[in-house]
Design a protein around this ligand. Structure first.
Ligand code: IVH
Length: 669
C-alpha cells in the first residue's frame, strides 16, 4: 500500500466510525454489532499507531482521553452565557406570557419551544468550519474553564459536524447544551464507589460536575456522560429564523437534541406540556427540574432583549421540589472503612416527600464550608435523586446567636488517631481504628468478599470491642468458646458461626483480593487481577508498570495496589490468613467459559433479571452482548414483547433463546 492508500483508508475508517458513533450515541439506533465496531476502531488505531501524523483532531480515536492537565485554562465566551428567569408555577408562566404580549404590544398568540430543563451543567462547544475546536463550562457566564479534552471524550459530542449537500456548515458556531449523567449510570457509578470504599456522589448533577471537571480526561472518558444541545451563542456564516430551526439544524449536524422538544403554538399548549412533563418526570432516564420555554421567533427574541443577565424571551418553569425545613441538632463525623470522615447532620425528624428523614449527609468539609451549616441551624433539606437526603441551604434568619462554623476534627472521633486531608476528604490514618476496623471486617466477611454467612455487624462490633479480633484474619482463629462470650449466643448458634467461618476458608482468589478492601479495587477489578496474576504471591510482587498494562487498571488503582502490598501490616495480614488455613481455589479463567466467542442480543422484557445482570452473567461465561442483530449474532435472548430484532433474527437464522432456556444453560433454574 502506498502512503496515499493508507491515508485514504484512515479517512474511510474515520468516516465509518463517526457514522456508527452517531447511530449509536446520538440516534440510539446502531446498525452494526459491538464486535464489528471494535474491529473498525482497532484497524484505525493500528494505522494511527504506525503513522501518528495521520491522527486528525476529529479522529474517533481521540475520544479516549488525553494525559492529565496541571490545571484548566479559562476561556471567554464570545457571547455571555445567560441564566434563566424562573416561574414557580403555572400562574407565573401565564404572567410571563402576558408580560411578553404587553411588551410586544400584541394580542396575538406567542409561539414557544418547550423542552425539559436538564439538571446538569451548561457547556459551550465551539465549532469552526465544522470541527470541534474548544469547549468550556459556563463559569460566571462571561468566562468558563477550558474543558475541551474532557468534552472530547463524551460520545454524543461529534468532533466534526455532519455537512449536508444543501447547506454549508457555518464558519463558526457556538453550541450551548447541558451535560448530564443518566440515572442508571449514576447509580452504577455510586455502587462501584461504594464497593471500592470511595465517598459517594450526592446526586447525578454532582457526579456529572465531578466527572467533567477532572484534570485527567481518561477518567472522564470512563463516565458515560451525555449531552443535549439546546441553543446557540455567536454564529458566523448562518442565520437562524426560529429556535425550532436551530434544534432541527443541530440534529442535521449530528448534535444530540432532546427528543421531547415541542413547538407550542400558544401559552395553553405550553402549560399542557408542563403538566405532562410534571407527570412523566419520574419515568425519564435522567433528572430534570422543570421545563424551559423560549419564544420561537428569533426576531421577537431580539425585540424583547434581556434583563439582569437573563433573556426576557425565555423562562424556566420549575417543578415543586421534595424539600422541607428542620433543625440540625448535631453534626457528627462518621468514619468509614477507608477511614474517610463524613460529616453527617443529625436532624429533628421531618417528613420529606412521604419519608421520615432524621439524618442528612454533608458529604465533606468543602460542602460544609460552602453551605456553612452549623449545629442548631434551621436548614432546608431535600431528597436528591429521590434517595439520599441532603442539606440544601441554611435559613440564616433563624440562626441562633453564638453558633460556630463546623470543622471536622483533626483527630478521629473514634480512635483519636491523626486525621489528614486528602483532596476533598478527611481520612483517619490509623488502620487499627476500631470503627475502620469494624467496617473493614464487615467488608471482608461480606457477601461479595469471604461471604461468612450469619456474621452480622452487631457480632463484629462485639468481637472488636471485646478484643477477640484485631484484624480480619483473627476470624480464622476464633474458637467456639470465644463466640460464646458474645451476647445471646448458645452452643448451637455459636457452632453455626464457626461452621460459616470454616466454609468461607475455601474461597476464590478474586473474592480474597476483593475482601482485602484495597482502595479502588472493587469486585470487577478484583476478578481481573485474579485472572491476570493467578496468585496472591504474584500480585504481591507486581509493579505499577505491570499493573498499568492490565485493562481497567489506571494509575490511581495501580498505586493503591502497590501501596497496599508495600505496607508491612498488610503482608502480615496475608500471612496470617494462610496460617488461618484460608485457601484459594484455582483462579477464575477468562477463557473457556460456556459462551466463549458467542454473541448475544437481547430483546423484550425479562422476568427474573435486569439487563445489566444478564449482561454480567453472559460476560462471565466469556460471551458478548451487542445491541443489534447481525449475521454474526449467535443467540437472540427474547423476553416478553420482543421488538423488531426478533424478525431480524429470524431472517438471519439466528438461534432464539427464551429466558428459561438461558437459565437452564447457566444452571440457574
Ligand atoms: S436555555 C439563555 N435550555 O438552565 C438561556 N437551559 O438557568 C440559556 N438548562 O445555565 C439556557 N436545560 O444550565 C436552557 N433545555 C434547556 C436547559 C437549560 C438546562 C440550564 C442551563 C442554564 C440554566 C439557566
Amino acid at each position: 500500500m502506498t502512503m496515499e492508500d493508507i491515508k485514504e483508508k484512515a479517512r474511510i475508517l474515520r468516516e465509518k466510525i463517526n457514522f456508527h458513533n452517531h447511530r449509536y450515541y446520538v440516534l440510539d439506533s446502531p446498525e452494526i454489532s459491538d464486535g464489528e465496531y471494535d474491529r473498525l476502531m482497532r484497524e484505525l488505531q493500528d494505522i494511527e499507531a504506525k503513522h501518528p501524523d495521520l491522527i486528525s483532531p476529529d479522529s474517533p480515536t481521540q475520544k479516549v482521553g488525553a494525559p492529565p492537565l496541571e490545571s484548566f485554562g479559562t476561556l471567554e465566551h464570545s457571547m455571555p452565557m445567560l441564566s434563566l428567569q424562573n416561574a414557580m408555577n403555572v400562574e407565573e408562566l401565564r404572567e410571563f406570557d402576558a408580560r411578553l404580549k404587553r411588551s410586544l404590544e400584541t394580542n396575538f398568540d406567542i409561539e414557544y419551544v418547550a423542552e425539559p430543563k436538564m439538571d446538569g451543567l451548561a457547556v459551550e462547544l465551539i465549532y469552526e468550519g465544522g470541527l470541534f475546536k474548544v469547549g468550556s463550562t459556563r463559569g460566571d457566564g462571561i468566562r468558563g474553564e477550558n474543558i475541551t479534552l474532557n468534552l472530547k471524550t463524551i460520545k454524543s459530542i461529534p468532533l466534526r459536524l455532519k455537512d449536508s449537500p444543501f447547506d454549508e456548515l457555518p464558519e463558526r458556531i457556538s453550541v450551548r447544551g447541558e451535560v448530564f449523567l443518566p440515572l442508571e449510570a449514576f447509580s452504577m457509578l455510586n455502587k462501584k464507589r461504594e464497593d471500592e470504599g470511595e465517598p459517594l456522589f450526592a446526586n447525578p448533577r454532582n457526579a456529572a460536575a465531578g466527572s467533567l471537571r477532572q484534570l485527567d480526561s481518561s477518567i472522564t472518558a470512563k463516565r458515560p456522560l451525555d449531552i443535549y444541545s439546546y441553543g446557540v451563542g455567536e454564529v458566523k456564516g448562518k442565520n437562524f429564523i426560529t429556535q425550532w430551526e436551530i434544534l432541527q439544524t443541530f440534529k442535521d449536524y449530528g448534535l444530540k437534541v432532546n427528543p421531547l422538544i415541542k413547538k407550542c403554538e400558544n401559552i395553553d399548549v405550553a402549560i399542557e406540556y408542563f403538566e405532562e412533563m410534571s407527570r412523566r418526570r419520574n419515568e425519564l432516564p435522567y433528572e430534570i427540574d422543570g421545563v424551559v420555554f423560549k419564544v420561537n421567533n428569533i426576531r421577537l427574541q431580539g425585540e424583547l432583549g434581556e434583563i439582569a443577565r437573563s433573556p426576557r424571551w425565555a423562562i424556566a418553569c420549575k417543578f415543586p421540589p421534595a424539600q422541607e425545613h428542620t433543625v440540625v441538632n448535631e453534626i457528627i463525623a462518621s468514619v468509614g472503612r477507608t477511614g474517610v470522615l463524613t460529616p453527617v447532620a443529625i436532624l429533628e425528624p421531618v417528613k420529606v416527600g412521604g419519608v421520615v428523614v432524621s439524618k442528612a449527609t454533608l458529604h465533606n468539609q468543602d460542602e460544609v464550608d460552602r453551605k456553612d451549616v452549623r449545629e442548631g441551624d434551621t436548614v432546608i433539606i431535600q431528597r436528591a435523586g429521590d434517595v439520599i437526603p441532603e442539606v440544601v441551604s441554611v435559613i440564616l434568619s433563624r440562626r441562633k446567636a453564638g453558633s460556630k462554623p463546623y470543622i471536622l476534627p483533626d483527630t478521629c472521633p473514634d480512635c483519636a488517631g491523626k486525621v489528614v486531608k486528602e483532596d476533598a476528604f478527611h481520612r483517619c490514618l490509623n488502620s487499627s481504628c476500631p470503627t475502620r476496623l469494624k467496617e473493614s471486617i464487615r467488608h471482608f466477611a461480606g457477601k461479595n468478599g469471604m461471604n461468612i454467612d450469619g456474621l452480622g455487624f452487631k457480632h463484629i462490633e462485639q468481637m472488636v470491642d471485646k478484643c477477640l479480633i484485631k484484624d480480619p484474619a483473627d476470624l480464622y482463629h476464633l474458637t467456639i468458646e470465644d463466640i460464646l462470650t458474645l451476647d445471646r449466643f448458645a452452643e448451637k448458634s455459636a457452632q453455626n458461626i464457626i461452621d460459616s467461618i470454616n466454609k468461607s476458608r475455601n474461597t476464590t482468589l478474586a473474592r480474597l483480593i476483593y475482601s482485602l478492601g484495597i482502595r479502588n479495587v472493587g469486585e470487577s477489578t478484583a476478578k481481573i487481577l485474579a485472572a491476570e496474576f493467578g496468585s496472591m504471591e504474584r500480585l504481591k510482587k507486581t509493579t505499577i508498570n505491570e499493573l498499568m498494562e492490565v485493562d481497567e487498571v489506571g494509575p490511581e488503582t495501580a498505586a493503591a495496589i502497590t501501596g497496599f502490598f508495600s505496607a508491612r501490616e498488610n503482608l502480615e495480614l496475608i500471612e496470617k490468613l494462610w496460617e488461618g488455613e484460608v485457601y484459594c481455589s484455582a483462579p477464575e479463567k477468562r477463557a473457556g467459559g460456556l459462551f466463549e466467542g458467542k454473541l448475544f442480543v437481547l430483546t423484550g422484557t425479562l422476568e427474573s433479571f435486569n439487563r445489566n445482570e444478564i449482561k454480567t452473567l453472559i460476560e462471565r461465561e466469556g460471551g458478548k452482548v451487542s445491541s443489534s442483530v447481525s449475521k454474526k449474532t449467535t443467540y437472540l435472548l427474547a423476553g416478553e414483547g420482543p421488538g423488531s430484532k426478533y424478525e431480524k433474527a429470524l431472517k438471519f437464522g439466528v438461534d432464539i433463546l427464551s429466558e428459561a432456556e438461558l437459565k437452564k444453560m447457566l444452571s440457574l433454574d
